[in-house]
Design a binder for this molecule. Structure first.
Ligand code: FES
Ligand SMILES: [Fe+2]
Length: 428
């Protein structure tokens, strides 16, 4: 359980809050590259870390991310005209380039110097791995670009999607590092989802419903190891890396692609659930890609033209009571992504963690909260850079392995937990 001030510290990410300032030390996913598909395309509203921003791609293909509102009298630049290397406010014609600099201000003579002083707050926006990344922190602390393995893959080897989730980012992250719920909430997927089936690990998963959690520090965050009984004398380990603040990877199954998430705060009551799949040694097959686009695996079908899930809180997530009764879906909600989101949203936008009753299977969550709070406080009080800022620390992988009983999982699986270019992930 957490006291109110601890919960506030963890869940508030606006500018000036300790966790908000910490988030601003990392590159975070802002948009899918497909959202700004061509030069001079329509601008897109972006809300991140409680800031209202506008993203656009100019005539020369440069990306910009800046304050959504015109410096003149506050019109939303979503209404802007994207023309000739700048976004022009339609109200009185002030025009801004991708850095937020006002480049035309028709009502004032240039000689006054007024125009040159007008600049909207702006952040870098960089395309990398099918994602547009931004860094919203102090310029002098901007790290090198991220090196998460999925984003390093050629396009044919990866698939990335995102969906809107109506709750605080930490609720979503905590689902991502809680491997114990898989044997309950997602048990039908282990039998039926084309991106999950056919793994020996699925039998171990269902054969031992009381997994043992062990957690190990790693430079960017944690490795969360979950042990279940395998054959006598051995254990099946599912190992989830968490890189601070919001990157997690799910242990793979058989030779299906490996996958994971980013949980990015939109504001304190909403987040983006980013989901990626990739395979380090082969292209994704057309069958796999079709399944991902159809919302299988960790992805979900979204309402056309939006990133809002088709099954959402307004339609009770298309709850199927008959399917729940018959066991076709354990929770009655279809698909892993919305099975997670429906329950996490049901807790309310920000759960009161003073009311929880945690057990040993919540060990990963407890450790992650402690590391987040420690890092946010160290940054706020001593200016200490948080873990996971250095891109070299992003090169981790999840793993699903059978290890002899009695070994330390993070040592025995050390190789498997590193991104190894040209080598497939470790999976059973
Ligand atoms: S409000 Fe934008 S130009 Fe006047
Ligand atoms: Fe889940």
């Amino acid at each position: 359980m957490l006291r109110k001030e601890q919960n506030d510290l963890l869940t508030q990410t606006g500018a000036g809050t300790p966790m908000g300032e910490m988030f601003r030390r990392y590159w975070i996913p802002a948009l899918l590259a497909e959202e700004l598909p061509e030069n001079d395309c329509a601008p897109v509203r972006v809300r991140l870390l409680s800031e209202k921003l506008i993203a656009f791609r100019d005539t020369q293909g440069r990306y910009g991310l800046m304050d959504e509102f015109c410096a003149h009298r506050g019109v939303s630049l979503w209404f802007g005209r994207n023309e000739e290397c700048g976004l022009r406010c339609p109200y009185h014609g002030w025009k801004y380039d991708v850095t937020g600099q006002c480049v035309e201000l028709p009502s004032e003579p240039e000689a006054t110097g007024f125009r040159a002083k007008i600049k909207l707050r702006s952040y870098p926006l960089v395309e990398f791995g099918g994602v547009l990344w931004t860094y919203m922190g102090p310029e002098e602390h901007q790290p090198g670009l991220p090196e998460y393995e999925f984003a390093q893959m050629p396009p044919a080897r990866r698939y990335v999607s995102k969906r809107l989730q109506y709750c605080n980012w930490l609720q979503a992250l905590e689902g991502g590092i809680d491997s114990s719920h898989v044997s309950w909430l997602h048990r039908d997927a282990l039998r039926s989802d084309p991106l999950m089936t056919g793994s020996r690990g699925n039998q171990y998963n269902m054969g031992d419903l009381a997994p043992v959690f062990e957690v190990a520090d790693q430079p960017a965050g944690l490795f969360i190891g979950v042990r279940r009984d395998a054959e006598p004398g051995s254990h099946y380990w599912r190992i989830t890396p968490w890189c601070m603040p919001a990157f997690t990877m799910i242990p793979p199954r058989a030779q299906h692609p490996i996958h994971g998430h980013f949980w990015v705060p939109i504001d304190d009551e909403n987040c983006w659930a980013w989901s990626f799949d990739y395979h380090a040694t082969r292209d994704l097959t057309t069958t796999e890609l079709a399944a991902m686009r159809d919302g299988k695996g960790i992805h979900t079908r979204t309402i056309a033209g939006t990133y809002i899930p088709e099954a959402n809180r307004d339609n009770d997530y298309l709850m199927d009571r008959e399917g729940q009764k018959s066991g076709r879906t354990y929770s009655g909600v279809s698909g892993i992504a919305m099975q997670d989101a429906s329950l996490q949203e049901s807790m309310g936008p920000i759960i009161d963690r003073a009311k929880e009753h945690l057990t040993s299977t919540d060990g990963g969550i407890v450790m992650a909260r402690q590391r987040l709070m420690r890092a946010a406080r160290a940054l706020a009080t001593q200016g200490t850079a948080p873990p996971g800022v250095d891109p070299a620390t992003h090169r981790v992988r999840s793993a699903a392995v059978v290890l002899p009983a009695g070994v330390k999982f993070d040592e025995a699986a050390r190789e498997a937990l590193m991104a190894r270019p040209g080598e497939a992930h470790a999976s059973v």
